[in-house]
Write a protein that binds this ligand. Structure first.
Ligand code: GRF
Length: 213
């Protein structure tokens, strides 16, 4: 068979989660088993409902509780080893609440993406929606971005962003309910684009990711 015509293996994806796993579910429902294969789901707490979603989809799960390791470096090394054993080519942080060490990021360079509930660079870090409400913004939104070893939090190059006007918002839970469907669209879209090789870095500006459809 002509090498160019050979079918390509789906991108093997590992997901890190801490919470309910609705973004994981969005990936399972849309791109898993198609453009990508989610082969591993790890959580930093055994109670993360994301683990149940993964088990229901017959995906290998791992729990990496900080208390079980000497420190964060040891915990992250264990996660990285576990992901490498499963030949993971892309890590998706889907509501993962711990900061990854430089050593972890260097083992998955250019292959870690995160979803954040604000229009970055506004309101990075924790309690992004509360920060936005405190600031009094009228426009909220979601960013999917690469995670780089740049010393910052939520500072990596933007892949996709989408905003929503909520001029009367006062309640963080209400804002989150409006943002969730956006997250559940953008995360699979970003992963699909990466799997297709449609996301590249602009040589003229390494911060700008070019998207070819
Ligand atoms: C998402 O809203 C994400 O933006 C934030 O954590 C939440 C995770 O939700 N970082 P889920 O666990 O995917 O339901």
């Amino acid at each position: 068979m002509d090498a160019a015509a050979a079918p390509t293996e789906p991108l093997r994806v590992g997901v890190l989660a801490s919470k309910t796993g609705t973004n994981l579910q969005a990936l399972l429902d849309t791109v898993h088993g198609r453009e990508i294969e989610i082969v591993a789901v790890a959580a930093d707490r055994p109670t993360a409902a994301a683990l149940d979603r993964a088990r229901a989809a017959q995906i290998r799960t791992g729990v990496f509780t900080l208390a079980d390791y000497a420190d964060r470096a040891a915990r992250d090394a264990a996660i990285a080893d576990w992901m490498h054993e499963r030949d993971v080519g892309l890590i998706v942080l889907a509501g993962y609440m711990a900061i990854l060490t430089s050593a972890f990021l260097s083992r998955f360079e250019g292959a870690v993406v995160n979803v954040h509930p604000s229009l970055l660079p506004a309101f990075p870090g924790i309690r992004a929606i509360e920060q936005a409400l405190d600031y009094g913004v009228k426009m909220f939104g979601v960013t999917v971005h690469f995670v780089e070893d740049d010393g910052g939090v939520d500072t990596g190059p933007v892949i996709l962003q989408r905003g929503i006007e909520l001029p009367h918002a006062t309640d963080p839970d209400d804002v989150h309910e409006h943002l969730r469907p956006i997250e559940h669209a953008l995360v699979p879209e970003a992963v699909r684009l990466i799997a297709r090789g449609a996301v590249t870095r602009d040589p003229a500006n390494p911060r700008r990711m070019l998207i070819s459809q």
